[in-house]
Write a protein that binds this ligand. Structure first.
Ligand SMILES: NC(=O)C1=CN([C@@H]2O[C@H](COP(=O)(O)OP(=O)(O)OC[C@H]3O[C@@H](n4cnc5c(N)ncnc54)[C@H](O)[C@@H]3O)[C@@H](O)[C@H]2O)C=CC1
Ligand SMILES: O=C(CO)COP(=O)(O)O
Length: 321
C-alpha cells in the first residue's frame, strides 16, 4: 500500500510518520523545494514537528508527479488552501481516493472539503479523516481514535483498514458532511472557550459555552444534512472537548490571547477564524441563530470588544434549553 500525504505541516507530517512507522510506503509532498531538501537531509520536519525522526519507508518529495503511484492521497494543507490545490492539480488527483484532513469551511464557496473534492475531481472517492488528535500526540505514537467517513461504505472500509494502526484507531462513518462539519465547527467554539479562559471568566463559564456551542454545531450541521449521531461522536463532541480544554490547541490559544488582550503570532494556522466568518454567512442563508459563532466572527474581525461580546451573550432573552 502506498499512501501520499499532500502538505508537510504538523498534521500531514505526523500522519505520514505514523503510517510509515506501521509499514506503509508513504510519500510526503511539500510545495517548497528548500523545505523538502532540509527534511530529506535531517530526516525530520524540524520546523513543524521537531524531535520526530522519519521512519525508513517515508519519502519526502517536492514533485507531485512522484505521488501518482499512491493508492490513497491524504489532503493535509489548511482548509483555505485546499480548494486552490485541488483546482490546480485536478487532472493529477481525479479518480483517486482523496482523504480530506483539513478542518474548516472554505470562505469563498461556503463548502467543506468533500463537496469541493466532488466538484473539482468528479471521479475521485472523497473521504474525511477527522477527530480529536494533536499532531504531536500522533507523532509520538500515543493512542488516538478518529473518524474515517466515506459515503461509499465498502470503499470506506478499505480506507479504514489501510489508514488504521495499532495505536491510531479508526471508526467508520458514511456521513462525510457530519464528520467534516464537526471538525470545522469545534474550532470556532474552541476560540470562544479560549476567550472565556483568557478573560478570566472561569471553568464554569467555559462548560456553559461548550454546551451551548455544541447546540449551535448541531443546529448548523443538521441544517446542512449531517446526522446528529455523527456530531455526538469523535469528530464532533470528541474533538470539541479536546480543543476547548487543551492549551496544545492553536484555536484555543488564539482565543485565549484575544481574551487576555495579548498578541498572537499571525503565521500560526488558526482554522476557526476563517470558519467563523463562513459560518456567519451560512447562518444568515439558512436563517439560523448561532450567537456564539457570530460573536467569534465579530471578535476575529475586531468588530466587537471582549467585554461587549460577553455582555451581549449574557443579556440575550431567557429561553428554554
Ligand atoms: N496540527 C494538528 O494537531 C492538527 C491539524 N489538523 C488540521 O490539519 C490541517 C493542516 O494543519 P497543520 O498541519 O497543523 O498546519 P501547519 O500550519 O502546521 O502546516 C500547514 C502546511 O501547509 C502548507 N501549505 C499551505 N498551503 C499549501 C499549498 N497550497 N500547497 C502545499 N502546501 C501548502 C504550509 O507550507 C505548511 O507546511 C488544518 O486544517 C488543521 O485543522 C487536524 C488535526 C490535528
Ligand atoms: O484539530 C485539532 C485537534 O483535534 C488541532 O487543533 P488546533 O488546530 O486548534 O491546534
Amino acid at each position: 500500500m502506498t499512501i501520499a500525504v499532500l502538505g508537510a505541516g504538523a498534521f500531514g507530517t505526523a500522519l505520514a510518520v505514523a503510517l510509515a512507522r506501521h509499514g506503509a510506503r508513504v510519500m510526503l509532498w511539500a510545495r517548497d523545494a528548500d523545505q523538502v531538501a532540509r527534511m530529506q537531509a535531517d530526516r525530520m520536519n524540524a520546523r513543524r514537528l521537531p524531535g520526530v525522526s522519519f521512519p525508513k519507508p517515508l519519502e519526502v518529495t517536492a514533485d507531485l508527479a512522484a505521488t501518482e503511484a499512491a493508492d490513497i492521497v491524504l489532503l493535509a494543507v489548511p482548509m483555505q488552501q485546499t480548494a486552490g490545490l485541488l483546482a490546480a492539480e485536478a487532472r493529477r488527483l481525479d479518480g483517486r481516493a482523496l482523504v480530506a484532513c483539513a478542518k474548516g469551511i472554505d470562505l469563498v464557496s461556503g463548502r467543506g472539503p468533500t463537496a469541493i473534492i466532488a466538484e473539482t475531481c468528479p471521479s475521485a472517492l472523497p473521504a474525511v479523516l477527522t477527530g480529536p488528535s494533536f499532531a504531536a500526540d500522533i507523532a509520538r505514537g500515543l493512542p488516538t481514535a478518529l473518524t474515517l467517513a466515506c459515503a461509499d461504505d465498502a470503499r470506506g472500509a478499505v480506507l479504514q483498514a489501510a489508514l488504521a494502526t495499532p495505536v491510531l484507531r479508526l471508526y467508520r462513518s458514511t456521513d462525510c458532511t457530519g464528520a467534516e462539519l464537526g471538525g470545522a465547527l469545534k474550532n470556532v467554539i474552541a476560540i470562544a472557550a479560549g476567550v472565556v479562559i483568557g478573560a478570566g471568566l472561569g471553568d464554569s463559564a467555559r462548560a456553559a459555552l461548550m454546551t451551548r456551542g455544541f447546540a449551535e454545531m448541531n443546529r448548523l450541521a443538521l441544517a446542512l444534512g449531517a446526522q446528529a449521531e455523527t456530531l455526538a461522536g469523535l469528530s464532533g463532541f470528541g474533538d470539541l472537548v479536546l480543543t476547548c480544554t487543551s492549551t496544545q490547541s492553536r484555536n484555543f490559544r488564539f482565543g485565549h490571547a484575544l481574551g487576555a488582550g495579548e498578541a498572537f503570532d499571525a503565521a500560526t494556522t488558526v482554522e476557526g477564524a476563517a470558519t467563523a466568518k463562513a459560518v456567519s454567512v451560512l447562518a444568515e442563508k439558512h436563517r439560523l441563530d448561532l450567537p456564539v459563532a457570530a460573536m467569534v466572527a465579530a471578535l476575529v474581525d475586531n468588530r466587537i470588544s471582549v467585554p461587549d461580546a460577553v455582555s451581549a451573550l449574557l443579556s440575550r432573552p431567557l429561553k428554554k434549553e
